[in-house]
Design a binder for this molecule. Structure first.
Ligand code: 13P
Length: 262
């Protein structure tokens, strides 16, 4: 089963419109002619989406600009109405957004998002034909307490509740151990592979082996140019969700290049 790897930059609360423009121009000029065998996604803050859409959709296709997909970092589970500060899936569609990160550990920990909220967002995103990048992962205390599999099982089962097999085929899972995010501590390739294989087995239990073989599972947590190759060589790792190291165009490109090298 060949799964196209997907490398996504999650900029978190970094880069307004002008910094987005600087990054994209630099990234496109470096990427020119490379034709990387991967899907490339950028998730900027909401306010930078219009600029990113302009840059990627108006620029010369010869620059491979269309090869880059746009993601949002979050969406509302509601359609419209009195939800101050929220952004709906249809609003995102207006800016050529194709992916949306849902259930990031920072949303879970800082903003109290539950598995039920995350499930509602995933289903709402699919209604608008957005592709969720569904984040899961355990804390250090959970891992050390022997809870890894229980935590992942609950997050996957509850997050995907009432999600059809067809909708699942447009979902990417991102396994991001919370203790590896922004800490410089990466999971070893053995730890990552073991967790990814377990997540794939959960998908097989819920949807069958075909769906499990097809779904892409990204790794996230301190991915850098110097560890990308080893992580991406693992059989169940299909790309990366990258925070800090994707703020710099050269470093993001090196991660993709090293992570896709034969
Ligand atoms: P870092 O790559 O900075 O560890 O962040 C990972 C992450 O949270 C991506 O969503």
């Amino acid at each position: 089963m060949s799964r196209k790897p997907i490398f996504a930059a999650n900029w978190k609360m970094n880069k307004g419109a002008s910094e987005t423009e600087d990054f994209v121009k630099s990234f496109l000029s470096k990427q020119q002619g490379l034709n990387l065998p991967a899907e490339i996604v950028i998730a900027p803050p909401f306010v930078s989406l219009p600029k990113l859409a302009d840059l990627l959709h108006d620029s010369n296709p010869g620059q491979n600009a269309h090869a880059i997909q746009i993601a949002a970092q979050n969406c509302s589970q509601y359609d419209s109405g009195a939800y101050t500060g929220e952004i709906s899936v249809l609003m995102l569609r207006e800016f050529f957004v194709h992916y949306v990160i849902i259930g990031h550990s920072e949303r879970r920990a800082i903003y109290g998002e539950t598995d039920a909220t995350i499930n509602a967002k995933i289903r709402k995103a699919r209604e608008a034909n957005l592709k969720p990048i569904f984040c899961i992962g355990e804390t250090l205390a959970e891992r050390e307490g022997g809870m890894l599999e229980t935590v992942l099982r609950t997050q996957v089962t509850d997050g995907l509740k009432d999600v059809s097999e067809k909708d699942l085929s447009d979902i990417v899972i991102a396994y991001e151990p919370v203790w590896a995010i922004g800490t410089g501590v990466t999971a070893t390739s053995e730890q990552a592979q073991e967790a990814h294989a377990f997540v794939r087995s959960l998908i097989a239990d819920l949807y069958g082996s075909d769906s499990a073989a097809k779904i892409r599972i990204q790794y996230g947590g301190s991915v850098k140019p110097n560890n990308a190759a080893e992580l991406m060589a693992c059989p169940d790792i299909d790309g990366a969700l990258i925070g800090g190291a994707a703020l710099d165009p050269q470093s993001f490109l090196e991660i993709i290049r090293n992570g896709t090298a034969e």
